[in-house]
Every structure is written in structure tokens, then in C-alpha cells.
Design a protein around this ligand. Sequence first.
Ligand code: NDP
Length: 283
Amino acid sequence: KVLCAAGVVAGLVAFFWKDDFNPESLSGARVLVTGASAGIGEQIAYHYARFGAEIVLTARREAVLQKVMEKCLTLGAKKIFYIPADMSSPSEPEKVVQFAVQKLGGLDFLVLNHIGTNRFQEWSGDVEYTRWLMQVNFLSYVALATAALPTLEQSSGALVVVSSLTGKMPTPFTTSYSATKFALDGFFGSLRHELIMQKRNVSVTLCILGLIDTASALEYTRGKVHLSASPAPEAALAIVRGGAARADEVFYPRWLRQLCCLWTLFPSSSSQVLRTFYNYSSP
Ligand code: NDP
């Protein structure tokens, strides 16, 4: 009964929930997108370009960024620049934000989306990899947000943080990755409170995604999960809309919100069901 009631309540909330997205608000908006050379970040860049934004792209591969930049121009970006940077280096986040602020004269949106290579395998005991992934997936987000906060405050801007279902509920084969995403939830959830309490008008949107059909995700999950992947362009649009609407959280696909509610209420039985979606062959 409790299960049904929770499902019905969550369903009603999802049904009546509408965001306040105004596409025109993005025309001329100044945006920095990380992890913009591929996957969801690339699609995020294309959506902002269609809405007429001014964009700075960053990732490591310069040649790919150049191609994404050219496509953004054909789609309608008002201005566009790119800066190659490796977020495993602690000095890069500040440099990237300085570059964006200098090129665009400020920032309205900071979209934090990049990730280091995800192994999607059982825990092997590699502590050094976890340390490195924390730097790329978490500490660089903290440094980028910290460097951008003063300029975002001036423009009453928005921080948009791309996370994962596995940053809300742990899933198999994602030990280190899941830890980095839980860290994002904790840090940016706490920062949101503080910004509101200090009456600093910068919104913080955490985006919780399920499996998305990017080349890298399909590659590392192949043969290991029985889950269908959702389209990256749709995931990217949900992120752009949620950021523009200054939503606290975006769930894509939307039913993930109900799944998280169920997991909070019934962690043990939900986890039992969850494990049936993963292939485990004992050595
Ligand atoms: P991709 O692997 O497709 O793209 C990752 C991006 O990050 C690329 O642009 C890559 O470019 C860049 N990148 C990788 N390493 C570094 C680095 N050291 N420094 C700077 N940039 C780097 O990822 P997805 O598009 O699949 O994922 C995007 C976001 O969505 C992530 O935050 C992920 O956690 C989240 N997500 C994705 C899901 C999925 O199923 N795809 C599910 C849930 C969440 P380059 O190689 O040029 O540096």
C-alpha cells in the first residue's frame, strides 16, 4: 500500500510539474560548456547554438572542438570560442573560466559535464584511479564553479551540474564513478543552500541522468547491463531547459525521480531488483 501511494504521489508530481522554460531567454546568453567535444556535452552545445547563445567549449581534443565549433556556428551560435584543457590538471579550471569571461565579457551559465574514462567494472583495488577520477569528475567541478561564482553572481546566472542516477543510488560496477557523483550531490546541494541563505542569486541545477546512448557509455556497458539507453540530444535538451528554468534538479528520463523515491523508501528490495539488470559472471 505504501509503495502504491508513493508511486501515485510521485507520478502526480511528475505529471503536473512543468518547467518555466523560455527559449528566448537563451538568445545571447553567455555559456561555458565542459566536456563539449563529444556525447551529451556536444549535444548541449548544439542546443545552446540553436537558441542563439554565445558559447565557450572546452575538452581535451582540439581538433574535435574545432569541428563542434563549426557546427555550432551553422546552427546559429552568436559567438563561439574553444579552449583545450585537461581537467586532471588542478591549474586548468581557473584558466578556462578566465578565458571564457575574457572572451564573452562574463558568464550566464556554467555547464559542468565532463568526465574522465569510466571503467564500468568490478572494484579492482585501484586507489590511484579513484584519486584521479575524483580530480577530474569532482574537484575540477568545484574549482570551475568557485572561479565562476563572482561573474555568475553579477549576471544572476546559473550553475548546471551533470550527474547520474548512480550519484543518488549506488549501482554495480561504478564504485569510483558513483563516489564522484555522490560527492557532486553533496557539495552542490550544500552550496545551493548557502547561496539562497546569503541571497546570492545564482541557481544550482543538478541533472540526474539514466543510461544515455553516447558512444562511450554504450561501449563500456556493452554486455553488462539489460537496460535501454535514452537519446543524448533529448538528455541534453532536458539539461538546457532545466538550467534555464533554474530548477533544483532535473531527472532524465523523468521516471528516475519516482525510482529514487522508491529506493529511499525501500532500499533493500529496490536494490535486489536493480541487481537483476546487471550481468555478473563470477571468476
Ligand atoms: P562522453 O565520454 O561521451 O564525453 C566526455 C567528455 O568529457 C568529452 O567531451 C571528453 O572530451 C571530455 N573529457 C574526458 N576526459 C577529460 C579530461 N580529463 N579533461 C577535460 N575533459 C575531458 O560522456 P557522456 O556524454 O556520456 O557523459 C556526459 C555527462 O553525463 C557526464 O557527467 C556523465 O557522468 C553524465 N552521465 C552520462 C550517462 C550516459 O549513460 N552517457 C549516464 C549518466 C550520467 P575529450 O576526450 O576531448 O577530453
